[in-house]
Design a binder for this molecule. Structure first.
Ligand code: ZN
Length: 497
């Protein structure tokens, strides 16, 4: 029953047309012997193209519901933690909305302004035995093409914000999250944030989740793990033989008083899973999933526990725990064209927000998250131990945008760089002063204890570079804090020996 609401209604129509075509095609072949070989080839090519069209139609955008059903069957105690966490998040959202309505203060609300950067590792699980780039072993170009998409979508910098209808523009949100390809691996070595693993399997089922994730995994409290697969099926009650575009693991709590699940039970599977043809906006991708929005959608689930706008219940019209997304009776699969549709849940007719990233519509129809989704996401993020731990991850090294966001154009200093990172023997620090100013450069350990002060003096306008030995620093993570002109900048540096 539940699977029914996820079916692409059109696939049946296309399948019937296809069978009708094949039927006529075969009959035709019996009665004619005059047809030329060239025409046969042309017809076969047409048939193949038609088959690929059907394949596209039969995709299922997201299996997050089916995945969690299986996850909770494997680990019943995890369901307790998940339910308690959901209640906690919903209570906090309700409390915030009450405070906003009554006290008109933002002092007690979760932070909605600080920009956070999430390190990403992409695990390509391919079946290309030669190991060459191509097919399921997608290119670096395709892999990297995903990053601008999510960085734009989560900052509302996507070019197609112009397609957001005027009546939804007021609730469209800058989620204040960004993503970087990891530049430091779990061993402290430099990396491009991509792993490639050969496995002969041509397809992976939801029930194989722990198997393929074990092939390549980085600690999920330091990285967003993204596994890219040749094919994703759900041969359980969903009975999807192919073309599932993706799924993700929702944020969960680890609340006191609950039955604690075994360590790594959920951590080792935490992340998102994407079909290689739905990853990025270049290379193997195809319409209507060719704009990278599958990953935007799945990160929406993973980051802040966002739901589909129809609430994932069989009857539809269920809550997604967000106030500013219209009530919706069922999933919407439009993509060409992106048709406006209404629902009449609870009486009044609502125009659906088919443009929301959490819909099942085509990539070309999607262009916004809402303020309500932002509020719920950030509350879930800050209250989920494995998510909030990402803010201390050293994995982005110098790429980490959150460490430089306090520098503004009016500041007396700009362009602080510390390299290399990780550090083994020595490191150099460079910066520019736009005017004469006091400069304070301090080094703290990961516990926030001052280790040493490198610079504490007044300096003239100009460019500065210093090189220091790391002999006196033990292995570990250090925070360099640079203050001038009333502005502070921090950088995280790893020392590896
Ligand atoms: Zn989904």
């Amino acid at each position: 029953m539940q699977a029914q609401i996820f079916n692409f209604g059109r696939s049946h129509t296309y399948t019937n047309e296809y069978l009708y075509f094949i039927y006529n095609f075969c009959n035709f072949s019996i009665y004619t012997t005059l047809i030329s070989m060239k025409r046969w080839i042309a017809l076969l090519v047409f048939a193949l193209l038609f088959t690929s069209t059907i394949y596209a139609q039969k995709n299922k955008r997201c299996a997050v519901v089916e995945y969690h059903k299986q996850l909770f069957q494997r680990h019943p105690q995890l369901k307790l933690s998940y339910d308690a966490f959901e209640q906690q998040v919903n209570a906090k959202v309700a409390n915030e909305n009450y405070l906003k309505a009554t006290l008109r203060t933002s002092a007690l609300l979760e932070d909605t302004t600080t920009l956070h950067t999430i390190p990403v590792v992409v695990h390509i699980i391919h079946n290309n035995a030669k190991g060459t780039i191509g097919g399921t072993n997608i290119s670096d170009t395709q892999i990297l093409s995903q990053m601008p998409v999510i960085n734009n979508d989560f900052r509302r910098l996507n070019a197609d914000t112009t397609n957001t209808p005027s009546y939804f523009k007021s609730v469209a949100a800058d989620m204040k999250f960004e993503f970087c390809m990891a530049s430091v691996d779990p061993n402290g070595n430099a990396t491009n944030g991509i792993t490639r693993t050969y496995n002969p399997a041509t397809s992976w089922d939801l029930s194989d989740d722990t198997v393929f994730k074990a092939l390549s995994y980085w600690p999920s409290n330091q990285y967003l793990n993204i596994w890219v697969l040749p094919n994703i099926t759900d041969t359980g009650d969903g009975d999807y033989q192919g073309g599932i575009l993706g799924y993700s693991q929702l944020p969960m709590g680890d609340l006191p008083g609950l039955v604690h699940f075994a360590p790594d039970t959920s951590a080792s599977t935490d992340g998102i899973v994407i079909l290689y043809q739905g990853y990025g906006d270049k290379g193997e991708v195809y319409f209507p999933y060719n704009l990278g929005r599958t990953v935007t959608h799945e990160i929406g689930h993973w980051l802040g526990g966002l739901r589909h706008p129809w609430g994932d219940c069989i009857e539809g019209c269920c809550t997604d725990y967000v106030d500013d997304t219209p009530w919706q009776d069922s999933a919407d699969f439009d993509y060409s064209p992106c048709q406006l549709r209404t629902s009449n849940c609870n009486g009044p007719v609502d125009t659906l927000m088919i443009q929301n990233f959490m819909q099942y519509t085509g990539d070309n129809c999607m262009n916004l998250f809402t303020e309500g989704q932002k509020q719920r996401s950030r509350i879930a993020f800050y209250n989920c131990p494995s998510r909030v731990a990402l803010l201390n991850s050293p994995a982005c090294g110098q790429q980490s945008l959150r460490t430089t966001s306090t520098v503004t154009s009016s500041a007396a200093s700009t362009g602080l760089t510390i390299y290399p990172n990780p550090v083994s023997y020595s490191y150099s620090i460079s910066y520019q002063l736009n005017k004469s100013d006091n400069v304070l450069l301090s080094v703290y350990n990961v516990e926030g204890i001052l280790v040493k002060t490198l610079i504490n003096t007044t300096q003239a306008e100009g460019d500065y570079t210093y090189t220091y030995s790391a002999d006196d620093m033990a292995e570990g993570l250090y925070i360099f804090r640079f203050v001038s002109g009333g502005n502070a900048t921090t950088k995280k540096i790893i020392v590896v020996k």
